[in-house]
Design a protein around this ligand. Sequence first.
Ligand code: G6P
Length: 366
Amino acid sequence: DAGHYDNGGYEHYLLKEISEQPDTVARTLRGRIDDRFHIAHLGGLNMDAREIRSFRRVKIIGCGSAYYSGQMGAQLIEELARIPADAEPASEFRYRSPVVEPDTLYVAISQSGETYDTLVAVQELKRKGGRVLGIVNTVGSAIARETDGGIYLHAGPEVSVASTKAFTSTAVAFALLALHLGRVRDLSPADGRRICEGLRRLPEQIKEILTLEDRIRELAKKYADSPGMMFVGRVRGYPVAREGAQKLKEISYVHAEAYPASELKHGPLALISPELPTVAIVPDDELLDKNLTTLGEIRARHGRILMVGHRTSEAADDCIVVPKNEVELDPILLTIPLQLFAYHAAVALGRDVDRPRNLAKSVTVE
Ligand code: G6P
């Protein structure tokens, strides 16, 4: 209940929670980076090196934003630990009688630790002998108790219905988990060091992104009266696009759809017009040229483009430029301007930002 926590002088809990992220990310990292061996200390996992080497697959489950953070996590685990990983909504997973494999590591994500669909999925996994870790914010919650071990976020209470600081902290927890799994398996010390140093830079870089708020507010006002928005990203950028669309629709009620940029030409390009602006996630990575080509295709159909990335481009109408980290960690930073964008769109449209209609902070019933 929002009444129990101080809004810290912010107009909305959501803005408070967005603004807290330099601190909450630092809290998720605290005591967990080893600068000598370039490894992560995750004592709560209760897994030894032998067990870690035995996993052949990682399956991540969660609902809503937790699921999208899981998609980001799967990407991190595949890249850094080279274990095939994917995420699925816990709500779907529990109903399809999943095959539970002994050499799969299951990871359940939940801010509240009380989401019913996620909890039931964990219980089903346990019943079938699955090894389940939890990435949870609320200490002692039902999912934290049911899992075999895990990582607490330490992000503090999240009050606003739309998840922000729990999302970024979950992604950071996944980076730590991926580093840990990777360093026990085949990630080199040099890459381990690169990731450790990148993780340490995150809080300061988030602070820098928060200074872009005035500009993002103006952009949100400019785009908020659109009947809908398209969010696109490729590979690492795709979970960012999905979470950006989720934030916008939950709190501003503007219809938003997220697509892999590569899939535009297989259908949704038909929707592109001046009435449907696109938010394009365009990090400076090996897919930059491909992404810029996509912008050209949208442009040719007279679609307006707001590009979020590490540089400006003539191909876009507007650009939000964020600080660059390591390519694997950039998605975490790219998420933050989209939170501010959704927040200011919702404010501009006069929405009930902290308590959007029809939604609950945690869905503890079927
Ligand atoms: C609800 C909230 C979402 C949240 C989801 C999962 O649907 O409205 O914002 O992402 O539950 O919540 P959890 O507490 O399990 O992360």
